[in-house]
Design a protein around this ligand. Sequence first.
Ligand SMILES: [Zn+2]
Length: 435
Amino acid sequence: MTQTLLRGRLLSFVSAPQSLTDSDSYRYETDGGLLMDNGVIVESGLYAEVKAKAAADAVEIDHRPHLIMPGFIDMHLHFPQMQVIASYAANLLEWLNTYTFPEECRFVESAHAQRIATHFYDELIRHGTTTAVAYCSVHKTSADAFFGEAMKRNMRMVGGKVMMDRNAPQGLLDTPEMGYDETREIIAEWHGKGRNHVAITPRFAITSTPAQMEATQALAREFPDLHIQTHLSENHDEIKFTCELYPDAIDYTDIYARYGLLGDKTLFGHCIHLSQREADAMSEAGAIAVHCPTSNLFLGSGLFPLKALMRRDKPVRIGVATDIGGGSSYSMLRTMDEAYKIQQLLGERLNPLESYYLMTLGNARSLSLSDRIGTLDRGTDADVVVLDAGATPAMALKMEVVKTLPEELFLLQTMGDDRAIVETYVAGVAAKGAL
Ligand SMILES: [Zn+2]
């Protein structure tokens, strides 16, 4: 296969930034080269040195003066909710019942699921996201469309059919047995095929009976390497209703713990209103709190204490995500802009180095996939995004006075969206340009 050599400014994190001046936390090459071959990064560093190692027939693409970074990772979104975005609802439970559940019922039809899957991957690529962790609908057809399209595009994706057997319309309910059997079928058909990862996906405790939680626990025991994803502590009414459904549990987090679902592969969407006990339990288990800022603001769910959870004596592992369709943008740049504003309202600072760490290596670590994605390291997947901080006239004007890398990153995050994504490489192939 022909090698591809990218030239531009390379930026890749090696650790969580401790401050705005923590230059040990990242590698930055102002004249960098990235050599990709057969879907993998084979060399990364100074352009002149990488060029010297490239094959004579390597195709060279000059992205100067743009920034070349690892592709963005979105840790939580809902594939069947592309047409739920911008639904006018007072709060989470009204939004689910009025808009979201009826829309998800449509995914029983393969043709609809396939059509939306095509749009879904187009939007991810358009916005520079190369890996995402998604909820499909309850229907196996939706998981088949999701994973089939990921394979076609050779993307590293994580996803699962939601299991839900109560408190939703009939067209969205499975049973404990069906949820178990279909998840097993999906694992057999799709896990490890291409770059697909299947996640065990009980939607949340409100929509699963204790019998379904037991079936979920059985799956988690049988497939200990798989991710588990669900929702936790998003909204006060939701928390109250959930705890009424499981009166024996100490709190919401304890419900999942009782069914063996609190572990270091478990991704909990939201976690806005955790008690200290719950945060301790999450920390001890190594479970991940996935922050979805545009969704939290859109649904009025609350302000996620990201910085406070990170600096506890028992820190909680963090992920960041769009949560389409409660979330309102596919862009991880827009997402981190809103994350920044939420911390501002809490009297905290989220610096731009931390934001870009979280979108790339931070999320990869929280997914236990940092050996494959989230960096520009040799031997990892060639999933790459190219960013232009002067993509719009207003951004270009501001760029005239930008002097440092953190200032440039902050401008991209504050004003950038899909227009700032020059190119998205998936397994070494330019995918955005091909849309
Ligand atoms: Zn969600």
